[in-house]
Design a protein around this ligand. Sequence first.
Ligand code: MG
Ligand code: MG
Length: 246
Amino acid sequence: MVSATLSEIGKVIKPGVTTSQLDKIAEEYIRDNGAVPTFKGFPNPCGGEAFPASICASVNDEVVHGIPNDSPLKEGDIVSVDCGILLNGYNGDSCYTFCVGEISEEVQHLLNITKEALYCGIETALVGKRIGDIGCVIQEHCEAHNFGVVREFVGHGIGQKMHEDPPVPNYGHRGNGPQIQNGLCIAIEPMITMGSPKIYMAKDRWTIKTCDGKPAAHFEHTIAVHQRKVDILSSFEEIEKIESKK
Ligand code: MG
Ligand code: MG
């Protein structure tokens, strides 16, 4: 359901569209399918207003938790759309960074490496490995391309609650952290910057931006760990089909 919602958004993203319009499409799609958008009304951990929308839409130098607004997206922008849904008592959480029209080669490289890092992390999430092993491969892959790994926000366990233990950082050392057990469900979500990984919170007390104003990418899958394999419960397949036709 989360992936289907992100695919609906992928169909309409182009210059001139606003992130508020994307939010409306997402909320209608989620509710029409009998699910609940978990981000809407999510309490603000910093004491500000609850989150007002069904998706987070973070444009260019916004890393995560961008609030949808009425500014039209422009050719060359990137927008990370993060979506969380509750259906039949369980949560799904996934994020995809979309291109708006044609983007620069440099920014495309950031998107490619961030998505690759997510899959490196997923391949590492095997029974008997440790949570630090996941962060380590993500960090190594991104830093090898001179990109920054955001430290303040991390992936997480997921199930009947959207955020469960363990935290799943996108950095770390091999052999550190809790051991990965059969049946573990986690959301892995590298948040990667083109420049410095330093971030700050905007005045709205939600939007997280890069200090140097350079763009950031964010890709997230919800996965389930089984004895000898990992199931990726969310999917980018439909989105990638839509993107390849643009
Ligand atoms: Mg998410
Ligand atoms: Mg998440």
